[in-house]
Design a protein around this ligand. Structure first.
Ligand code: AMP
Ligand code: GLY
Length: 424
């Protein structure tokens, strides 16, 4: 019998997960909570919040869902995987305790230190005066990270003492994010990339790498965002899928970073069971960890999963049950995705702007924040749409992708024109 799957979340990442699941020969029915206007074309959207664990659990039982797949970290940090497993339901996603690899920078740093995983040198502080004294005695720039989940806003790269002091004040004294704890770390330089893996206990199945573009505007200017575009290159670039990450770099990242972290988490009694996302940097001294996430990256997922040839349901199910993870097979193509965001994002922006997609549009499109209304498709979030194209080369993927973007009309959207410029 065909399987019923519930995907938790409602952004571009979940649209890409739903799309990948829809290619599985085993999957008969996909629900998505809460989903969005684009997801609704491939799945039945369910009006439940991603952190409504009681509601999601009741829904999964009532509809005899075979497997639940969790997108957002908030749901994992709320303990959705623990609750589903306790109820005897299969779920792809880490326990609340294992999610600490993302939800506590201090936990992640201590784990890396114990497992000898290369990362920036750091100290942890809860006291403002001590933290401020440490910054004044050190060099600039310095990096100050709030310890808990802060929706991507908990990192300050301070180039002046005044900026560092303001960040420390914000995170330790003003109580803006709750109880204050910060990690202060060494400033590293080099290109960043994202390497995600399916992990189940000590089993690690790395995906192809991708590069995100975190700043809002061309040339890496403007504020940090959730990510404005991503790409992954064909194997002509090497096995990593990025031409600036050599095969040796990729092997190092898998064997000296991802595998030791999986082992350390298992040793600590908090085994991973889901996606481990390494935010990595290729520094002059080698590959270093910038951060870990306990979930698929967004927008990286939207360019990586289109390359997955293996049956993703089989991968999710094996991780959920602790079975052997299947080998992953990848399409040898370059994929590029451009995010179209509401003007003003990541600051304040308005919603409800009508979106028109040309009938001749023929690229893939993942919806990030859209809604259907009586007036048709409208914007409903900061990041709104991601146009994704694949081609034999990055250059062709880029030109197809931007041609696709030009076929979308909306007077309240902006996008970066330099995605993948680093390799083009
Ligand atoms: P994170 O939320 O940890 O990914 O940090 C956001 C961004 O801050 C990263 O993508 C980096 O560009 C930058 N960043 C974080 N840690 C460091 C570091 N140790 N050195 C330099 N840049 C950093
Ligand atoms: N693209 C960065 C993230 O998902 O955190």
């Amino acid at each position: 019998m065909g399987k019923k799957v519930l995907v938790v979340g409602g952004g571009g990442r979940e649209h890409a997960i739903v799309d990948a699941l829809s290619r599985s020969p085993q999957v008969a029915k996909i629900y998505c909570a809460p989903g969005n206007a684009g997801i609704a074309e491939q799945a039945e959207c369910v009006q439940l919040k991603d952190t409504d664990v009681d509601g999601l659990l009741a829904f999964a039982k009532e509809h005899a869902v075979d497997l639940t797949v969790v997108g957002p970290e908030a749901a994992l940090a709320a303990g959705i995987a623990d609750r589903f497993r306790a109820a005897g339901l299969k779920i792809f996603g880490h326990t609340q305790a294992a999610t600490a690899i993302e939800s506590s920078k201090d936990f992640a740093k201590r784990l890396m230190a114990g497992a000898k995983v290369p990362t920036a040198a750091y100290r942890t502080f809860t006291d403002f005066d001590k933290a401020w004294a440490y910054v004044q005695a050190g060099s600039l720039p310095t990096v100050i990270k709030y310890d808990g989940l802060a929706a991507g806003k908990g990192v300050a790269v301070a180039t002046t003492a005044a900026e560092a002091e303001a960040a420390l004040r914000d995170m330790l004294l003003d109580g803006r994010y709750g109880e204050g704890k910060v990690v202060i770390e060494e400033f590293l330089t080099g290109p960043e990339f994202s390497l995600m893996a399916f992990v189940s206990g000590r089993q690690v199945r790395p995906m192809v790498a991708a590069q995100d573009h975190k700043r809002a505007f061309d040339g890496d200017a403007g504020p940090n965002t959730g990510g404005m575009g991503a790409y992954t290159e064909s194997f002509a670039a090497g096995k990593s899928g990025l031409s600036f990450i050599s095969d040796a770099d990729y092997d190092f990242a898998v064997t000296k970073i991802l595998q030791p972290v999986a082992d350390a988490m298992a040793d600590a009694g908090t085994p991973l069971s889901g996606v481990l996302y390494g935010g990595l940097m290729k520094t002059p001294a080698g590959i270093r960890v910038i951060e870990f996430n306990a979930r698929f990256g967004d927008p990286e997922t939207e360019v990586v999963l289109p390359r997955l040839k293996s049956d993703i349901y089989a991968v999710f199910e094996a991780a959920a049950t602790g079975d052997a993870l299947p080998e992953l097979r990848w399409k040898d193509v370059s994929v590029m995705g451009v995010v179209m965001a509401s003007k003003g994002y990541p600051g304040s922006y308005s919603k409800g702007a009508p979106i028109a997609i040309s009938p001749s549009f023929s690229e893939s499109i993942y919806h990030m924040g859209t809604k259907w209304t009586d007036d048709g498709l409208v914007t409903a979030g900061g990041r709104v749409l991601m146009v994704v194209s694949e081609a034999p080369t990055m250059k062709e993927a880029a030109s197809r992708c931007y041609a696709g973007v030009a076929q979308i009309s909306c007077d309240n959207l902006f996008y970066r024109k330099d995605i993948a410029k680093y390799v083009l």
